[in-house]
Design a protein. Structure first.
Length: 267
């Protein structure tokens, strides 16, 4: 019924209780999950989770906030993208939130890394999972440039969306979907709820970003994919539609974006 489109099940606190988490997912009718890669060192564990479970898939990529980690090469990342059950590239993007004394100009290594991911996504014809924080102008500009160079759309999703309505419109105009996390349920997130109201239901995904950002009523606790229905429930309230309609739409969107129509839904 529900799909968690972005989670970090390879993190030690979740991996150590995977059996319990999968049972909770089944009880919550969370049928599928996309396990996200954040470093090259992380890929083996992420990929193994996807191989071991028929309702998990994974991505390959290096998060922009990791500066002390091996850099992906075009050839290496392209090779990972072709492995079984790897359905997306990332998460990748730009993050200027923690400059730690550096300037935006100093973050050229992030922009170079992002460019590698976009080139691989274009070559592999796989969607990009976008992380952007305090860097939306550069993120949108690089996506536009990559699409212009490719001469066609590069698909993907702005994950854990917390940006403005203007950024959401840019993302939609570029052909990207938008994913909302448990932040949507936070008391302080009224502006984000207004953005969610504007985004068409056929362009929305839902996620946990677990083990982080547990939704109300679990805020501050360890997050797991079993909690993604709470995001769906808040989205249904915002949109004025049924929970079943949100579940069906976000599942269709996930299948479309990651080319998984007809895939297994058994936990």
């Amino acid at each position: 019924m529900f799909v968690d489109s972005h989670c970090h099940l390879s993190s030690p606190e979740l991996l150590s209780q995977l059996g319990t988490i999968r049972e909770a997912m089944a009880q919550a009718q969370v049928d599928r999950a996309l396990v996200i890669c954040v470093t090259l060192d992380d890929f083996e564990a992420v990929h193994q989770l996807a191989l071991d479970h028929d309702n998990f898939w994974c991505t390959a990529g290096v998060h922009p906030d990791h500066d002390d980690t091996p850099e992906p090469t075009f050839e290496g990342l392209l090779g990972l993208s072709g492995l079984p059950k790897v359905v997306g590239i990332g998460e990748t993007g730009l993050d200027y939130y923690r400059l730690n004394g550096r300037t935006v100009a100093d973050m050229g290594w992030q922009r170079d890394r992002f460019a590698v991911h976009l080139a691989v996504a274009r070559e592999a014809d796989k969607p990009v999972i976008i992380h952007t924080r305090s860097a939306s102008d550069d993120t949108v500009a690089m996506l536009r440039a990559a699409q212009a160079e490719a001469g066609r759309a590069i698909t993907g999703v702005f994950h854990c969306f917390t940006e403005t309505a203007e950024v959401a419109r840019h993302a939609l105009d570029l052909g990207f979907d938008i994913s909302f996390s448990g932040i949507l349920t936070f008391k302080t997130a009224q502006d984000l709820r207004e953005v969610a109201r504007l985004v068409p239901l056929d362009r929305i995904l839902i996620e946990t970003d677990s083990p982080y950002l547990a939704p109300v009523p679990y805020r501050g606790k360890l997050n797991t994919p079993a909690y993604v229905p709470h995001v769906a429930a808040e989205l249904a309230r915002i949109k004025g539609v049924s929970l079943e309609e949100v579940a069906a739409a976000t599942t269709r969107n996930f299948e479309r974006l990651f080319k998984l129509t007809g895939s297994s839904t058994q936990a």
